[in-house]
Design a protein around this ligand. Structure first.
Ligand code: GLN
Length: 507
């Protein structure tokens, strides 16, 4: 294994900027790693060595010419296939977009390129980001590098697995109901869902526009923060993007590295998130993490959020409703696949044959559900009620944040399950989102970081931190402190315990 792939993004960036390592060498090392393990992991849907190496050469040439480059310039980046890019196909994990080439880059990708990051490929995902295991990808599942017979979480399982398997130090994801945070938890990596509007959605293939948020994934809190700083900020192409002077997330993470920064931090634990379905080993890891916090002088406060128990139900009405509208554009005329029924046909029959062939079962299920929920006779009963529940959940958060600085919970109620274990029962996947969905409904930021492994299966457990809108930096400060405490407890950073490195299992 090439040493360059086990560096953090911050370390690799420092070596590149000092001239010790070139971007071409760093990119080559990661491409070699992909060639070595991705047959087993299947984190990537597309790579293009020539394109990536050309981008790396360009950065090296600009550095040699004395150009001032961003802190992460030259570092490889994996990009979730939900983000459109000009350099490789963009499919959102769907057959209906197979081979689709975008004429423009998503704003987050454009910002990453402007900062000198080198895209090394597009990562696998549940079709149109609908799922919690990456098993709904039309291109086959991704495997969890911690244990190849397990799911990596979803929908951004490809980005999380790529980072966990040392195929990329950084990745971009999107989080509509947990698709950055939950895969981070299941693969022992770090992922953040920014405040809604903090990062542009332009060029992110829409799932549910009022919930979708693009965000960063990495193996450390600081790396995640560094990528967050690159992609954050106002975008005139996205009318919901916030015109706000964001503080540096990396500065917050660096400030948090001293665990004494936790002294006096009020940490809320929501009663309703410690649900019955929480696996014992996940609960135990979470409680140990809380004990570490308390030992540093943080104060744990129990919070009552009575409407959280309706979050999953409300989400699975709001999301399908918005998705049914967003996905109507896949009509066989404007994008991607077109299937003509035998002997030709009408516009409707071509559209119908295309959707039949191009969309998977979960996508069809949600479109039907959403169309039904939005239909005139049922609008008030379903979509309208769900929106009211959303408001009540936002109020629960507001009253919680009147008492505490951050809210902590397990990121997901379970560790990674076996591929196929849910047997195609969508309810089991939906319930795994119970802990992440409330943040999307309220538009607030969330961060997941690894805090240990569950005693019953040795698989990673994630801690989720949530803060009020605009307070993303608070998450990085506290997250970096907790990460440090966990590393001190274990005698090594969490990522260094990955089986991919220790040879225990996985890649
Ligand atoms: N698992 C959730 C869902 O299936 C989350 C999806 C996401 O965040 N994109 O909708």
């Amino acid at each position: 294994m090439n040493d360059l792939i086990t560096l953090t993004a911050a370390e690799l960036a420092a070596k590149i900027s000092s001239g010790e390592v070139s971007s071409v060498e760093a990119t080559r090392a990661h491409l070699d790693r992909i060639a070595e393990v991705d047959g087993a992991v299947h984190a990537f849907l597309a790579t293009d060595e020539e394109v990536s190496l050309a981008a790396a050469r360009d950065i090296d040439a600009r550095r040699a010419a004395g150009e001032a480059l961003g802190e992460l310039a030259g570092v490889p980046l994996a990009v979730k296939d939900v983000l459109v890019t000009t350099d490789m196909p963009s499919t959102s994990g769907s057959k209906i977009l197979e081979g689709y080439r975008s004429p423009f880059d998503a704003t987050t990708v454009a910002k990453a390129r402007a900062a000198g990051l080198v895209s090394i490929g597009k990562t696998n995902m549940d079709e149109f980001a609908m799922g919690s295991a990456t098993e709904n990808s039309a291109y086959g599942p991704t495997h969890n590098p911690w244990s190849l017979d397990r799911v990596p979480g979803g929908s951004g399982g490809g980005s999380a697995a790529a980072v966990a398997a040392f195929e990329a130090p950084l990745a971009l994801g999107s989080d509509t109901g947990g698709s950055i945070r939950q895969p981070a938890a299941l693969t022992g990596t770090v992922g953040a869902k920014p405040t809604y509007g903090g990062v542009s959605r332009y060029g992110a293939i829409a799932l549910a526009s009022s919930l979708d948020q693009v965000g960063p994934c990495a193996r450390t809190v600081l790396d995640t923060a560094l990528l967050h700083d690159v992609i954050a900020g106002h975008d005139r192409h996205d009318s919901t993007s916030l015109d706000f002077a964001w503080p540096s997330m990396a500065a917050a993470a660096r400030g948090g590295v001293d665990p004494s920064s936790l002294k006096g931090l009020r940490v809320g634990v929501v009663k309703q998130l410690m649900i019955d379905g929480v696996q014992p080993g996940v609960k135990a890891s979470f409680e140990q993490a809380l004990a570490l916090l308390t030992a540093q002088g943080a104060e744990i406060v129990e919070i009552d959020a009575p409407h959280f128990e309706y979050a999953v139900a409300a989400y699975y009405l709001i999301l399908p409703s918005e998705a049914s509208s967003n996905l109507a554009k896949y009509d066989s005329v404007r994008f991607g696949l077109r299937v003509a029924p035998e002997g030709g046909g009408t516009v409707e029959s071509v559209m119908s044959a295309t959707r039949e062939a191009g969309l998977g079962a979960e996508v069809k299920r949600r479109i039907i559900l959403g169309t039904y929920a939005l239909s005139a006779g049922y609008y008030d009963a379903y979509y309208g009620s769900a929106q009211k529940v959303r408001t009540l959940i936002q109020r629960d958060f507001a009253s919680a944040f009147a008492q505490v600085d951050v809210i902590a919970s397990p990121t997901a109620p379970t560790t990674a399950w076996k591929l196929g274990e849910h047997g195609g029962d969508p309810m089991q996947d939906y319930l795994n989102d119970a802990t992440t969905i409330p943040a999307n409904l309220a538009g607030i930021p969330g961060l997941s970081l690894p805090i240990g492994t569950a005693s019953e299966d040795g698989l990673p457990v994630g801690l989720q931190l949530m803060a009020p809108a605009f307070e993303d930096a608070r998450l990085y400060r506290a997250g970096a402190a907790i990460e440090r405490l966990i590393a001190e407890r274990d005698g090594a950073p969490f990522w260094a315990q990955a089986p991919a490195l220790t040879g225990k299992a996985g890649a």
